[in-house]
Design a protein around this ligand. Structure first.
Ligand SMILES: Nc1ncnc2c1ncn2[C@@H]1O[C@H](COP(=O)(O)OP(=O)(O)O)[C@@H](O)[C@H]1O
Ligand SMILES: [Mg+2]
Length: 329
């Protein structure tokens, strides 16, 4: 299976808005089946517009894209049959309960009568909403609504799942619960996931591959590790427990890389061959009888990558909880 038959492909996608910007300005990408692809970028970068094109909600001005092997322009209904989507402007009805939403969605997706209730209940349980299932959605927290969005998107066993900023504004606990579910879907069920985010940590933790988007263009793409290693190799900072052994510590560490200016009582080296050497470093320090007060690995972050590629930091990297969507439960 390749991106062309079970995943997502895009070739030079462009979307212009009348009186607006070129929101999507030549995006090409390929997402392999079962992969979690993280589309990372600031507000206004063109993430949602790309998702809208790929989910057939918006035609591209030019370019071509396929999802699950179907063309998003010529084969819209077929695309819609294989995808699930939880979009930013979720259409939840505050007067309905979660169970009622599931009932509607299973009917809309054409599930046989006999399966509707069980499928709804199964998904409600999967996203941890059993307790609240018969309460009106109007009283739900932001995190609960996102979980219901996800359950609704999964009703018809989609092969490809689109999640547009699924954790924006969520508290850390709801965020990691959602991450776990996304990992399970990809890992155990082979679902292809296209996820947009403004959170470096989310892209880093969850995505197999990340495309960094800024002003409608992909400015960098790769696994989080590849992207970070493009920027530079990590360094390691060691403080020996006996300050008298600082020079011995430096002698050991310099076998692994070049010394950097370090804080008093510590030695820092840029690792020639990266993190893989950490084990050897620890063993050699131990063999030299050097006890450790601390050992810290300083890795470049995706924000360093973003800065290097765009000249600015990733704005909108708000801390969880700063959003107004409220606490979870
Ligand atoms: N319907 C529209 N009409 C005009 N401009 C739009 C429309 N939708 C989005 N835009 C503009 O396109 C750019 C990309 O928007 P969007 O795809 O929503 O970004 P993101 O999801 O990354 O925040 C923004 O400058 C936005 O203002
Ligand atoms: Mg958006």
């Amino acid at each position: 299976m390749s991106a062309a038959d079970e995943g997502i492909t895009a070739e030079d996608l462009v979307r212009e808005f009348r009186n607006g910007p070129r929101a999507v300005d030549g995006i090409s990408l390929a997402v392999e089946p079962g992969e979690i692809y993280g589309f990372l970028g600031p507000n206004g970068a063109g993430k949602s517009t790309t998702v809208h094109i790929l989910t057939t909600l918006l035609p591209p001005t030019s370019g071509k894209a396929t999802v699950g092997g179907f063309d998003v322009v010529d084969q819209g209904p077929a695309v819609r049959g294989v995808i699930g989507a939880a979009l930013q402007e979720a259409a939840l009805d505050p007067h309905l309960t979660a169970r009622e939403h599931m009932r509607l969605q299973t009917a809309l997706q054409g599930l046989p009568h006999a399966e509707r209730v069980s499928r709804g209940d199964e998904l409600i349980e999967r996203v941890g909403l059993e307790e609240a299932a018969d309460r009106k959605v109007g009283g739900y927290s932001g995190g609960m609504k996102r979980r219901l969005d996800l359950a609704l998107a999964l009703v018809h066993w989609p092969r490809v799942l689109f999640l547009d900023e699924p954790t924006t504004g969520l508290d850390p606990q709801s965020r990691s619960a959602l991450w776990e579910e996304v990992e399970r879907l990809s890992g155990e069920e082979g679902v292809t996931v296209f996820l947009t985010t403004q959170y470096l940590e989310e892209a880093d933790h969850l995505a197999n591959r990340v495309g960094i988007i800024d002003a409608g263009r992909i400015v960098a793409e790769g696994t989080p590790a590849e992207l970070k290693s493009e920027i530079g190799r990590p360094s390691v900072v060691v403080a020996p427990s006996d300050p008298g052994r600082l020079e011995d510590t430096a002698a050991v560490l310099e076998r692994f890389g070049k010394s950097l200016p370090a804080e008093k009582g510590t030695v820092e080296v840029r690792l020639d061959r990266g993190v893989d050497e950490l084990g050897a470093i620890v063993r050699e320090l131990d063999a030299a009888g050097i006890g450790l007060a601390s050992l810290v690995l300083n890795e470049p972050t995706l924000d360093d990558v973003f800065l290097a590629k765009t000249g600015h930091h990733l704005e909108g990297e708000a801390l969880p909880g700063e959003d107004d969507s409220g606490d979870d439960e």
